[in-house]
Design a protein around this ligand. Structure first.
Ligand SMILES: Cc1cc2nc3c(=O)[nH]c(=O)nc-3n(C[C@H](O)[C@H](O)[C@H](O)COP(=O)(O)OP(=O)(O)OC[C@H]3O[C@@H](n4cnc5c(N)ncnc54)[C@H](O)[C@@H]3O)c2cc1C
Length: 427
């Protein structure tokens, strides 16, 4: 995208094409205008259009330009935080409601893929949260206990079974979550876009919303060359937000995260690494993730941005880490590299904002947007359709809250990752 091979890397190379879209020019009217063409906006557009509502979606750049086209592709249930933190932070009603909805999120993703026949490399064999050392295992045992008390199909695997599944002896065990899986993230976003167009939604790209105001009963959102007049505005711009709702970007601390993809591996090696094709990440503070794509490439990621001096540090660390984890890989060459910004909130939970009458949106998925974005997009559509009242939403409505020292924290994330990866190189 934008001729930048480090923005969407492998996913850009292997995703089917997006629907043909144009820039918004002139005036459009709709029941709802949706701002942002990631999972949240596309799911909202699709569900609204399927219900017969008039929908216009405006995307600043291209479908999947934000987190949706850059992520690892792990379809997770819940969030990073422990399940018990939901009711602790949100109270028992919202806490358990949000947790149940997000626990079922991967199921909704699978249903959407199947219903709309989205070609996005879906693998439904679960994810492995890998324990680094006894401390990591202790944390995962507690996480498993909290999910199991809610009936979730998660289990703890010992070191031997983990080694059998992963092909590396580096881990003390793992949490297997059978609700979860992997997909090709940009292909999923583009597939949702095709389905939304088919259902009757109008999608415009290269159409950044620059201002929004009210004209009588209607909301009017404007781009450089056009405007949309609508009863509802859904704000689905999350961490990549620009324009009138930039406050959403500013209330999140950006955590940079990169991915590197090997060349397709030989059949022999493919039999020895992740033969079950689970998606994996570990319990380290500066975590790593890995998964296979359908072409047999190993996609390996960690905290950091592939720009400036960080690029060499992170890539060199990744080579050494992979060589340690999977010596059978031999000389490692990467075919693609990319990175993006993960939006983190101060309590690591997503937020629901009402910016004005009939102007509403979720944000702050803290690195967990595939299932939550799809789910919350559906919830927003149902709210607009009058099927879910404000009181029955999965999160309480809150005002945007700016974090203290955001630029400093962002610099710290990148510097911390570089230091961890540089130090890691020497062992
Ligand atoms: C490197 C990385 C790894 C990740 N790994 C995972 C993972 O493995 N699993 C997982 O579930 N989640 C993961 N995430 C998180 C996930 O990608 C996001 O949470 C998800 O994309 C959020 O979806 P969204 O639709 O709300 O926002 P986005 O996908 O970010 O889409 C927002 C869109 O709004 C557009 N926009 C912004 N401002 C305007 C405007 N003024 N006018 C019009 N359009 C505008 C942007 O261009 C963008 O396309 C990861 C994220 C990153 C960056």
């Amino acid at each position: 995208m934008l001729d930048n091979p480090r923005s969407h890397g492998l996913w850009e190379k292997t995703a089917p094409a997006a629907p043909v879209t144009t820039r918004l020019e002139g005036l459009e009217t709709a029941d709802a205008v949706i701002v942002g063409g990631g999972y949240t906006g596309l799911s909202a557009a699709l569900h609204l259009a399927e219900a017969g509502a008039g929908v216009v979606l405006l995307e600043a750049t291209e479908i999947g330009f934000g987190g949706a086209g850059r992520n690892v592709g792990l379809i997770n249930a819940g969030m990073w935080v422990m399940p018990d933190d939901f009711p602790k932070e949100l109270g028992p009603v919202y806490g358990e409601r949000a947790l149940t909805l997000l626990g079922n999120g991967p199921r909704l993703v699978r249903e959407m893929i199947s219903k709309h026949q989205i070609e996005c490399e879906l693998v439904e064999n679960g994810t492995l949260h890998m324990a680094v050392g006894p401390e990591g295992l202790k944390e995962l045992e507690e996480r498993a206990r909290q999910w199991q008390s809610r009936g979730a199909p998660v289990s703890i695997l010992g070191a031997a079974e983990t080694e059998r599944r992963v092909g590396s002896s580096a881990y003390a065990g793992a949490l297997l979550d059978m609700r979860a899986g992997t997909l090709q993230p940009l292909a999923y976003a583009r597939g949702l876009a095709h389905a939304a167009v088919k259902a009757g939604a109008k999608l415009f790209t290269g159409s950044a919303v620059t201002s929004a105001d009210i004209n009588g009963e209607k909301h009017v959102v404007r781009t450089a060359q056009g405007a949309v007049s609508a009863d509802w505005v859904i704000v689905a711009t999350d961490a990549y937000s620009t324009g009138p709702w930039s406050v959403i970007r500013n209330e999140q601390v950006h955590l940079p995260y990169f991915n590197l993809a090997t060349r397709p591996l030989s059949d022999n090696i493919l039999r020895s690494i992740l033969p079950g094709r689970e998606g994996c990440w570990d319990t380290k503070e500066v975590l790593s993730s890995f998964r296979m794509d359908r072409g047999g490439r190993l996609v390996f990621g960690s905290v950091g941005a592939l720009r400036g001096p960080g690029t060499a540090v992170h890539k060199s660390w990744a080579k050494r880490s992979l060589a340690r984890l999977f010596p059978q890989l031999g000389d490692i060459e990467f075919e693609a590299e990319w990175y993006g910004q993960i939006g983190m909130t101060d309590n690591a939970l997503p937020r629901l904002h009402k910016f004005d009458r009939n102007v509403i949106g979720f944000c702050g998925y803290n690195g967990r947007g595939i299932a939550p974005g799809t789910t919350f997009g559906k919830v927003l559509a149902e709210h607009v359709l009058g099927r879910i009242s404000e009181a029955d939403m999965p999160l309480p409505i809150s005002d945007p809250k700016l974090p203290s020292l955001r630029p400093l924290k962002e610099a710290y994330y990148e510097a911390g990752a570089q230091i961890a990866h540089f130090a890691g190189e020497r062992f």
